[in-house]
Design a protein around this ligand. Structure first.
Ligand SMILES: [Zn+2]
Ligand SMILES: [Zn+2]
Length: 186
């Protein structure tokens, strides 16, 4: 069973949940904590923003219902990268499983992982550079991979080696009974 056989594309609902947890309110800049409300300011042509329900004041219009793709786009711009803390931008976001799927146990039916691969609490939104660093050990801006130590690639390789080693038959404990020291006879 290979991890790549079980890896599925991330549904929009999961992306939305990850971003809604990671994004900050457009007004107060505190975390939205998973429950954003979308509305625009009364200024003409201003696009909708994600806000806390409690942060909507008179200068905002009524909350709007949006398609999930639009919500994802808005939330992305209000998110900070979980790796470097800089703002994320639409089209330059990568969703990273934490811990990586390679390091997770399989469920009993061997159909998914523990925790489940689509559990948004175990996924980080990253920019391209930080994602690259996490998965390959390549530093942002570096041309060559300097070291894979500590990256997913390194850890996955180590786990595979351990797995292979684990499959070898274990040496049995010798059946020979331990000799006890003879008692001194009087
Ligand atoms: Zn707020
Ligand atoms: Zn980053």
């Amino acid at each position: 069973m290979r991890v790549s056989d079980l890896r599925k594309p991330l549904p929009d609902g999961v992306k939305y949940a990850v971003l809604a947890r990671q994004a900050v309110c457009w007004l107060c800049e505190e975390p939205l904590a998973g429950s954003p409300v979308f509305c625009a300011m009364t200024v003409i042509h201003d696009p909708p923003r994600a806000l806390h329900d409690s942060c909507i004041e008179y200068s905002f219009r009524d909350p709007v219902k949006l398609k999930i793709k639009n919500k994802i786009a808005i939330l992305t711009e209000q998110c900070k990268c979980q790796g470097c803390g800089f703002r994320l931008h639409k089209g330059k976001v990568r969703f990273d499983h934490r811990p990586p799927l390679e390091q997770r146990k399989l469920n009993r039916a061997k159909t998914d992982f523990i925790p489940k691969q689509h559990n948004p609490l175990f996924i980080d939104a990253l920019d391209i550079e930080c994602h690259q660093f996490r998965t390959t050990g390549r530093k942002p801006g570096a041309l060559k991979t300097v070291t894979t130590l500590g990256s997913d690639v390194h850890i996955a390789a180590k786990l595979r080696r351990m797995l292979r080693r684990g499959k070898k038959p274990k040496r049995k404990w010798p059946k020979r009974a331990l000799k006890s020291r003879p008692f001194r006879k009087r």
